[in-house]
Design a protein around this ligand. Sequence first.
Ligand code: BTN
Length: 339
Amino acid sequence: MTSDDKAVKKSRAINTMEKIEFLLRILSDGSFHSGERLAEQLNVTRSAIWKLVRKLKSWQIEIYSVTGKGYKIPGGLDLLDKSCLQKKLSHNHLFKQVDVFTSIDSTSDYLSRQWKSLPGVGRVCIAEHQSAGKGRKGRVWVSPFAANLYFSIGVSLPLGLSALGGLSLAIGISLAKTLNQWTNRKIKVKWPNDLMVDDRKLAGILVEACGESNDHSFLNIGVGINWNMQPEHASELEQPWINLKELSEIKLSRNQILAEVLIQLDKTLTGYLSHGFTEFLKDWNQLSAMIDRSVTVHLANSQVNGIEAGIELSGALRLETESGIQIFHSGEVSLRKRR
Ligand code: BTN
C-alpha cells in the first residue's frame, strides 16, 4: 500500500470529488486497474467505483472496462498540477494566484463569482473539465476532460472600457506568439479573438469586462485552446478545428504550455498598460489570418462583405467595401463564401 492509499484509508470524510481525483490519478497511467483493487485503495465498494467511473464517462473521458482486467484510460491522462503551476507563476505581476478545478461550470463564471466576494485580487482559474463552458455570442464551448486547455484570468486594470478593444487583440497576439515557438505550422489571429491554423480554429478568447469607473475595469479573460480534442467530442462544432498537439513535434505537457502561456500573458498585459496597442499593431499585421482576403463581417442582424484591410489602433476592424472603408467595433469575421 502506498502512502497515498494509506491517506485515503485513514480519512473517513473524503468527499466524492476527492474520490474522483484520487481515482483519476491512479487511472492516469493508462494501465488496467482491477475494480477490486481500486475499491480497496479508495476504501469504497466496487459498485461505488462503478458509479465514479460512470461520472468520469459523463465528462467525456474514454474508459475501457474489461471483465477480469478492470478499468483503463487508453493512452493515460496528462493531468494539471496546481503546485507546479503556482510555483511557475510566482513571478507574475498581475495574476499569481492559481485555482485549479477537476470540474467546474465555467472558469469565467467562477471568476465573476469570486470577483464579487474578493474584488481586486488578480487570479487565474484553470479547469480539467467545464460542464457549462461558454464561447462568444452565447455559444457553448465544448470542454471534454483533460483533452484541451481551459482557463480564465481575472485582473483589475487601470483602463477605461474604450481601451479594451486593442487589449483583447493583444491577448490573441500574445497567445499566437507563445504557441508558435513550438509549432511547425504558423498560428494566426482572426479578428476579433480567434487563433487559426490553415483556416481551422485552434483557440478562442472570451473577454468580458465590467467598468467600475471611467478609468478602471475588471477584466475576465477566458481562453480555450484545443490540445487533443477528438472528433467524438466535437460533433456539434460548426467550424473546422485543429489541435495544438498535432502541430508540434516536441513532447510538451499541458502544464508546461499553460505556464508559459500565462507568464507571457502577464507580460503582455503589463506591456499594454505602459505602451497601449501601438507596439502590437505590426505583430497583428504579420499574424493576421484574414488580411487582404475576401471576408464577411457578421453583425447582430446583418452581414457586410469586403476585403479585410487591417485594424485601427482602437482594435476596430477595417473593411474595404464597395462604398469605401468601413470600421467595425464588434462582429465576427468569416471567409466569404463563393457563389
Ligand atoms: C470563443 O471562441 O467563442 C471563445 C471561447 C472561450 C472559451 C473559454 S474556455 C475557458 C473560459 N471559460 C469559459 O466558459 N469560456 C472560456
